[in-house]
Design a protein around this ligand. Structure first.
Ligand code: PMP
Length: 332
């Protein structure tokens, strides 16, 4: 018999899928790490697992304890499901602008969901800071303890990618990977994979695919945390150097607009059967830009973070797309 022991054991070991169109257009082999195939449906299952196991090892969580987090949704879904599997309650703070589908999934999983207005990080009521204060309050009265997962500045997050995502990519490509690129939410995925792959090959090229509205492109290009424009993508778009990004440099930063990335996403669904979320669009277009920069014949890996079904009401909704002056899939 071959099986995974439980939900937590089923996280990771996702396949690499060749993206035919992007590969043909660039003359490179562009591979997507199919993170939407994780049991909770996104790359963030890995961070949730790593953070919870780390807290258990440090003795911070006891059976019946509470996990508190501020999240765009996917980390919350991962924490709620890992929490259910291991006997913890979850309290999740989410900006109200995030997709209905993710909020519904959080409620379905039994998370105690607190929706807050979407305000910038510098505002004390920003969802991340709010969740930190809430965790302190809950910890004060909770007999079994409460932790703040703190995915942005808790480096157990990137450690999970150093130990799993990076080595998986190295093994699956038999070390023939020339470049890796993805967008940043917390930076756990990009920094963790970069650190793991550079251990094997210090010359590997690491790209950053930054959506409009994020400040990292300018930071890695010219040292200035500056943003312009905006994006409808969720879960990515960082304005500061989180602890997960700290100490890691990236070779090739790209700034990518929704306008340019969404047609790639729609093509992947229509012609390759891959129904993906918005951050995957930024990642795949980033991989194509990196491929063009590096020249034909290279193997470039990126991340397919979650499924398009998590954003049906926005990303695949013609009315919403038109209201944002974005391209609409021609079959919808
Ligand atoms: N894509 C999606 C859909 C996400 O939810 C996230 C996490 N916020 C990311 C990408 C970014 O991953 P990371 O936090 O590891 O940078």
């Amino acid at each position: 018999m071959e099986f995974r022991a439980d939900f937590v054991d089923a996280v990771g070991n996702t396949p690499l899928i060749k993206l035919r169109g992007p590969s043909e257009l660039t003359g490179c082999t562009i591979l997507g790490k199919a993170e939407f195939m994780n049991p909770g449906g996104s790359v963030k299952d890995r961070a949730a697992k790593a953070i919870i196991l780390d807290a258990e090892q440090k003795g911070l969580l006891r059976p019946g304890g509470v996990i508190v987090e501020g999240t765009a949704g996917n980390t919350g879904i991962g924490l709620a499901l890992v929490g259910n599997a291991r006997g913890y309650r979850t309290v999740i703070v989410i900006p109200e602008t995030q997709s209905q589908e993710k909020k519904d999934m959080l409620r379905l999983a039994g998370a105690d969901l607190r929706e807050v207005p979407a305000v910038p990080y510098k505002d004390p009521n920003n969802y991340v800071k709010y969740s930190g204060r809430l965790a302190e309050e809950i910890a004060a009265s909770e007999p079994n303890g409460a932790i703040w997962a703190n995915q942005f500045d808790n480096i157990a997050n990137r450690q999970g990618h150093i130990e799993t995502t990076g080595p998986e990519i190295w093994e699956q490509t038999q070390g023939k990977v020339d470049g890796f690129i993805c967008a940043v939410g917390t930076g756990g995925t990009l920094a963790g994979v970069a650190m793991a792959l550079r251990e094997h090959n210090k010359d590997i090229v690491i790209g950053l695919a930054d959506p409009m509205g994020a400040a990292l492109y300018n930071f890695y290009k010219n040292g200035e945390l500056k943003s312009e424009g905006s994006s409808i993508t969720e879960g990515i778009g960082q304005g500061r150097i989180t602890a997960n990004l700290d100490g890691v440099d990236f070779d090739e930063p790209f700034q990518i607009s929704d306008q340019e990335a969404l047609p790639v996403l729609f093509d992947l669904l229509k012609h390759e059967g891959l129904c993906l979320g918005g951050s995957s669009a930024i990642n795949v277009l980033g991989a194509m830009k990196l491929a063009k920069k590096m020249g034909p014949g290279k193997t470039i890996v990126t991340v397919l973070c979650d499924s398009g079904s998590r954003y049906q009401s926005k990303l695949y909704n013609p009315e919403f797309l038109k209201s944002q002056e974005l391209p609409v899939p021609d079959w919808l």
